[in-house]
Design a binder for this molecule. Sequence first.
Ligand code: HEC
Length: 106
Amino acid sequence: MKPVHLLGALGLVLMAGCATLQDTAPTISPEMAAHASMVGVPADTLEVGRRLMAMRCTTCHSLEPIANYTASKWADIVADMADRSGLDAEQAQQVTAYLQAARSVL
Ligand code: HEC
């Protein structure tokens, strides 16, 4: 019985420590698109940014919940991580636009 209990406890710990895709890379909602359009960013850009983030920002570590940082802190983080991710200036901007639109609706 004991090993079974141990596995159950481990499972709970792992689940608690694991952010969902909806926390770390939510799909583009109408609210996110509306926020982006207010700052002159087309909805297409958000999808490009989301995909770039999912591909390039997960090679060294997992994604963090978007709620963990403010919109302006995300801009700093992407600026810091862009080189390491091989993102050019336009791509970094696309990732930032996505993160900021997602953060604005939380
Ligand atoms: C080449 C490896 C690598 C890639 C690619 C990478 N990171 Fe990081 N990231 C790190 C390391 C290492 C740290 C630990 C802190 C540091 O060194 O600045 C970190 C820390 C972070 C943090 C913690 C906050 C902080 O300021 O320390 C966040 C959030 C983050 N990365 C987001 C991203 C995003 C978004 C991308 C994609 C644009 C990305 N990372 C791509 C290596 C990487």
